[in-house]
Design a protein around this ligand. Structure first.
Ligand SMILES: *[C@@H]1O[C@H](CO)[C@@H](O)[C@H](O)[C@H]1NC(C)=O
Ligand SMILES: *[C@@H]1O[C@H](CO)[C@@H](O)[C@H](O)[C@H]1NC(C)=O
Ligand SMILES: *[C@@H]1O[C@H](CO)[C@@H](O)[C@H](O)[C@H]1NC(C)=O
Length: 421
């Protein structure tokens, strides 16, 4: 019995020994060495390290790297990431002897230098929107502590450029400052990224970085090519904005009736069938889309406009609607300016005609009823006015009489002659 117990113990010891060597092979490998960092382009960070020395031959080295929450386990002794360098960016690397091992080395950390300058001098709300798959528009607000005469410069880089370029077309939009540059879809890989840095020529503000994914785009507006009544429905047809492939856009059609009330907006991504096109429309190679709105009244004026956004089947849907297309109207109601003019001109016309009528009636009255001679008036005209004059003259006469009697009669005769004329 004792011999068996000893044997068992020996076996157990042997088993333990084997396990111990296995653990030793799995046990914490040394950390990486020669850890270095470099930044290329505007914000492409390259981390690189060398394998630790004195690693057990049975250990197949894997590197577990953490960039914040983002973990990567790889056999590569480097890691490349595009990160907006607005703050210190750190990568921690551990070594381990298998992918799934829980025994990793101590972490070694390597960080970028934070951008230089007062954080409050850096531009804020830096964002870029890709328009029409052909142009990038970036805007920002000046930092709180940035001098008011700061001359901003924007640099950009994407994968097919050898080195970063400087944006040249600066503009202001209210408080926003912006710059736009060409970015044709042919030049960039789909779903690529573009690195942006905004700084100033004098180097006094802290640079700001942004990485914009080319996975969302704001289209140019569509153009309404036809608007027609078809029985009791309204046929709207429009042309897709340029540059987009079939079925990569959705549309919104807004119809307003003459009472300026919102009639409805409908989303549509249906392609037009040739059979739906009215006869008078010549065939066109451009993409046509259409919508038929039923139950419309022909004695109403309808105003229609259309806008587009990139479809979620081709791009990330960030609700970047295009501006509305130019409006088109159809219907019979006179337009409101005509109404206003009419409404304004009615009272004016009435007053003018009343005035003319009054004048006409006055003339008519004169012809039909010639003024009845008024003896009193005539007498007054003959004598009354004269009386006044004679009175005057009389006074004068009286004075004259008193002064020089002889000329008096002569004056009176002249006076009478004057009145009879
Ligand atoms: C450290 O890395 C550099 C390249 O990053 C390499 O040239 C050098 O040989 C490395 N040194 C060691 C000791 O591995
Ligand atoms: C949209 O892009 C095309 C070519 O890429 C260009 O011809 C057109 O002018 C652009 N439209 C606008 C509004 O920029
Ligand atoms: C910005 O540019 C203008 C004109 O080129 C110059 O007069 C001004 O001093 C510049 N401002 C700064 C802060 O360099």
């Amino acid at each position: 019995m004792e011999g068996l117990a000893i044997l068992c113990l020996l076996w157990a010891a042997a088993a333990l020994g084997a396990a111990a060597t296995e653990i030793a092979a799995e046990a914490h490998p040394p950390p990486v060495t020669n850890f270095s960092i470099s930044v290329k382009n505007l914000c492409t960070i390259h981390w690189q390290w060398s394998p630790p020395e004195g690693v057990n031959a049975t250990c197949n080295l894997w590197y577990d790297s953490h960039l914040g929450e983002d973990q990567e386990i790889s056999l590569n002794n480097f890691r490349v990431e595009e990160v907006a360098l607005n703050e210190r960016i750190c990568l921690q690397v551990r070594t381990q002897c298998s992918v799934t091992s829980t025994n990793a080395s101590d972490a070694v950390e390597m960080c970028t230098a934070p951008p230089e300058g007062d954080p409050e001098s850096a531009v804020t709300r830096l964002q870029c929107i890709w328009y029409n798959l052909s142009q990038m528009n970036c805007t920002w607000l000046p930092g709180k502590k940035a001098p008011s005469d700061t001359n901003y410069t924007l640099y950009y880089w994407y994968s097919t450029l050898e080195k970063s370029l400087q944006c040249t077309n600066y503009y202001t939009e209210g408080l926003l400052i912006g710059c736009s540059f060409d970015l044709l879809k042919e030049k960039v890989s789909s779903f690529g990224k573009i690195q942006i840095m905004v700084t100033d020529t004098a180097g006094t503000i802290r640079p700001s970085y942004n990485i914009t994914f080319l996975n969302s785009v704001k289209p140019d507006h569509p153009i309404i090519t036809a608007l027609a009544f078809q029985n009791d429905s309204l046929y709207v047809e429009w042309e897709s904005p340029e540059n987009f492939e079939n079925n990569c856009l959705v549309y919104q059609v807004e119809v307003t009736d003459s009472k300026a009330e919102f009639y409805g907006a409908e989303e549509s991504k249906s392609q037009c069938h040739i059979s739906q096109m009215p006869q008078e429309l010549p065939g066109n190679s451009k993409d046509k889309n259409c919508l038929v709105i039923s139950n419309v009244e022909r004695d109403t004026l309808y105003t229609v406009r259309v806008r587009a956004k990139a479809s979620k089947y081709c791009f990330e849907d960030r609700d970047l609607w295009s501006v509305w297309s130019p409006e088109k109207s159809i219907g019979q109601k006179p337009d409101p300016t005509f109404y206003t003019i009419t409404l304004l001109s009615i009272p004016v016309a009435i007053s003018i005609s009343t005035l003319l009528l009054l004048l006409y009636l006055k003339r008519l009255k004169i012809i039909i009823f010639p003024p009845i001679p008024d003896p009193g008036k005539i007498f007054k005209e003959m004598f009354g006015d004269q009386n006044d004059d004679t009175l005057h003259w009389k006074k004068y006469d009286i004075c004259e009489k008193q002064i020089k009697e002889e000329t008096d009669s002569v004056v009176l005769v002249e006076n009478l002659k004057k009145t009879s004329q």
